[in-house]
Design a binder for this molecule. Sequence first.
Ligand code: COA
Ligand code: AMP
Length: 637
Amino acid sequence: MARKSYEEVYASSLSDRERFWSREAGNLCWDRTWDRVIDERESPHNMWFEGGMCNVCENAVDRHVEAGRGGETAIIYDSAMTGEKTRMSYEVLRRKVAKTAGMLRSMGVEKGDRVVIYMPMIVHTIIGMLACARIGAVHSVVFGGFVAKELASRIEDSGAKVVLTASCGFEPGRVIDYMEIVRDSVSLLEGRGGFVSHVVVFQREGYEVSLEGDAYKDWDEFYEVAEEVGCVPVEASHPLYILYTSGSTGLPKGIERASGGHMVALLWSMRYIYGCEAGDVFWAASDFGWIVGHSYIVYGPLLAGCTTVVYEGKPVRTPDAGSFFRVIEEYGVQVMFTAPTAYRAIRREDPDGKLKSLYDLGTLRAQFFAGERCDVGTLLWIREQLGVPVIDHWWQTETGWAITSDFLGLSTEREVKEGSAGLPVPGYEIMILDEASEEVPNGELGDVCIKLPLPPSFMTGLWGSRDRFEEVYMRSHPGFYTTGDAGYKDEDGCIFIMARTDDVINVAGHRLSTSAIEESLISYPSIVEAAAVGMNDELKGQIPVAFVVRGKEGAGVDDESLVRDVIKYIREEMGAVTALHKVMVVGQLPKTRSGKILRGTLQKMLNGESYTISPTIEDERAIEMIAAMIDSEGLSS
Ligand code: COA
Ligand code: AMP
């Protein structure tokens, strides 16, 4: 079928939003048709398909069974950690989700109740998410790499009374004891007056744990006696989930996603961005705990009736740098999605693609990237290895889907340049603004902003605080959502995303807040001041480096021991993914006379970039000393 023109589709998405999105919504089933396509009365908290009633699980699962596609494969599971490989049809998925929803009901979970899901890369995680959606419960999936403190804060903020978990997760060379982490979080919460009524544990074969305590239940035992339940129609504005992400303060932000607009946008994206239709095999090599996992391991492919691949493993070391290619060949993957860091890891271990050449990648149509900027060197290498379009596209947890991309399902005469994250996705009006909120000329760097109204699927708010949405995202440029990314637009309208304008850093595709790292550093007894910044890294994109000032406490401890203990402490406090690379003990931090730490200067020094010393600096010697340390440690990248 001839592809539609990008230019025409994009223009119509802005000139007649109502017609554009209602046409797409018509491809899904609704229990009640919407009264208005977009309700902007409380902008930016836009309500798409206001008045409509729907159920995302019904659209992602039951709809395909009812259309006679129940026998087709919904999920392929491949664990490089255990060797398990399974397939599940839409019909079986429907039954399991319906029964799991019944299991949640038997614990008193109803529409609007929150359920935290802290689980590894197994099929039961998808089943748990869909079971929540089926009865209108709001799930909050927490990434398995987070430690007890982080898990507890998410349970507390979401107000969840039920936690779904598993006996363990696997990382290369070690087993992650989920039960210990969950028990510690539950105790932490109890200490703060919190209360979790049920912790449901999926026992992984060979790694069963004993379940002591009234709250702890065996998933299978509960499931066996549960009854199947049907889909509960919910308002289009009803939250499907809360997903916590790092923000410009140490406090995690609970991004709230409304059901109706999200499913419509994801369905559109599957066809026009990823070029997929029902029956295609789609693989997002990410984690359920991140937005990519939510949108493109679970909801997007299933809404489109595709087969989604769930992979438990790494791109390298499980067992080697050929594992991605094995999965592509074994399951006939057509479209793949991951973070560039994964391919940088493969390239480092197999620069000539010897392992890749052992596999037939004939089914693959395209490789998509997001999570961090894909540097041109990596992009060209992957293109040469795979021989298919390699598409970098840009998005955020807040948006739930791409803001800019190239489009497998649309045609354009324009060339999407290497190093760019593509053209604006229909529905998004993107402008690059200066400090005075004026649009900058093409080619000039500025704040990348999205003009209101925000498209469907966009976050509708931050959980628990209505005003914080405006405070965090809308203040800098009235009438615009500020993405927190800096970039520029070229003469063809391609968007280049270059850096963050806040304290967020991207470590191996994981979004981390340096403020949160600083808060943890300062909570260490003998540290009185800390600054954390991102240093460029060939493999992970960025890695955190900290500068700390010690206080009187622990005066007998030498710097070397302090650094070792602090790195260990941060790992325990924040989880291994934080991967604090280096800590430098300094006499003082460089600050302005008003006390603002010159983090930008520190970052430039670490990255070997030229920097100017602020005229308002309190004491220039702080910079000189740090420059000498960076030099002597050979750190500057
Ligand atoms: N549970 C517990 N620990 C986890 C974890 C999880 N779900 N995920 C990662 N970790 C741990 C790792 O085991 C590692 O621990 P270690 O320091 O003891 O080795 C630490 O966190 C850092 O992990 P990571 O940042 O993933 O680095 P790595 O060196 O283990 O692997 C890559 C590097 C590039 C192979 C890996 O980061 C990768 O596959 N990235 C893909 C990125 C991705 O999926 N991003 C999601 C957005 S699309
Ligand atoms: P997350 O919410 O974890 O998906 O992280 C979103 C942030 O990751 C964005 O604001 C960007 O800083 C960065 N990011 C994601 N995709 C890209 C991309 N393709 N190019 C550049 N940066 C990206």
